[in-house]
Design a protein around this ligand. Sequence first.
Ligand SMILES: Nc1ncnc2c1ncn2[C@@H]1O[C@H](COP(=O)(O)OP(=O)(O)O)[C@@H](O)[C@H]1O
Ligand SMILES: [Mg+2]
Length: 364
Amino acid sequence: MALIQTLQLHHFRNIQQATLHLSPGLNVIVGDNAAGKTSVIEALWVLASGRSFRTQKPQQMIGSDQVDMTLFCEVFRLNQTHKLGLKRDAQNLELRLDGKTLRNQTELAQYLPIQLLTPESHRLLEEGPKARRQFIDWGCFYHHSSFIQAWRNYQRALKQRNQSLKRQLPSNQIRLWDQQLIESALQINELRSSYVEALTPYLMTFIQHLMPELSAEIETRFYPGWPANQPSFEACLSDQFTRDLQLGHTQYGCHRADIRFRIQQQEPLVSLSRGQQKLFVCALLLAQARYLQQQTNDSVIMLIDDLPAELDATHRVTLLSLLQKLGIQHLVTTTAADLIPNLDPSTSLHFEIRHGQISPLEAN
Ligand SMILES: Nc1ncnc2c1ncn2[C@@H]1O[C@H](COP(=O)(O)OP(=O)(O)O)[C@@H](O)[C@H]1O
Ligand SMILES: [Mg+2]
């Protein structure tokens, strides 16, 4: 179980100062356009991942005319309350967990298994494989403590190998990196492929909940990042060495992995309507959430930006009742409170945001 009890923002975008005491169930943030709703969601995502989903430039998140911003939250997880803090100025990033300075964002991430649904989430289906790799790796990270080290080893070996290729170093110096690359690739590949396989039945379940009209089986297929006709990644590296040298980088590997879905033998982009594609992404997130709960007893926190823009009234009820049934804490933003059904007033709280000022609101 992971629950955010308190969230504090200081000099974050248009929010000067705010403290929110959250409910373990539904939390609705109501406000007009440009009030600062997405900023609240963004702040939590930044605490959990170190990155914004809106900007590559961290400085844009610091309130104008301010020199730094601070985010703080209290998370109740596995019977303990933890204090997570992040402070950023133009140059530096400071991370703290329970009063201790951290060197690494991933240590904070472990305490905040956050999932995000925004009007941009359908990119998961539309765009290149990067977002889908991040989707798989999110799961591998929260299920397997060994994943992050393997991933770092892979990235390091890949970077070194690519630099050696680019500089046209002698083959033996390039191949120096192959062993580390292969070892970490095999670890990553095993974790990713078994994660995708285990996730598939959960995906089917939530697709049935959200889109009972779809009768066909859903097929998920994992692509490791090298051609299927290669006997192994090691063989692929040897086989492609001359080509890698010509290109100046490593063509194949875990950095090219992907997951593809098929419904009625077709890609979701072809066989599903826009609305159904959004529901498909919801089902993917719910599948991850449920699988994590069942395997680790940990629970995700779901952030949904502009829910009414995402789903129609019927599907809003379906999604919110699933989240409630699964005991998942969720933060939902909206321009009007009455667009969000209040299924269980005993576990829901409403907040109003106006020009960056947040205040509790009586539930309707
Ligand atoms: N660094 C910043 N300092 C001050 N205001 C900002 C900063 N970045 C964005 N804003 C402003 O904050 C407001 C809130 O934006 P946003 O969170 O997207 O609102 P909403 O999601 O409610 O529409 C916008 O008017 C935006 O221009
Ligand atoms: Mg917004």
